[in-house]
Design a protein around this ligand. Sequence first.
Ligand code: ZN
Length: 53
Amino acid sequence: MTECPECEATIEPKPMIPGEIFSCADCGAELEVTTTEPFEVQTAPKEAEDWGE
Ligand SMILES: [Zn+2]
């Protein structure tokens, strides 16, 4: 069973691809699919909001 690394909520496997980012339905944390067989996720790395020069 896959759990959210942030809140430990159960995450049901969905047809997603490795590298896909989605939000935990429970805590809203951004998660990244690492593998689909088995289905595993990790907390998505926060991208620096550096849009300036
Ligand atoms: Zn969560």
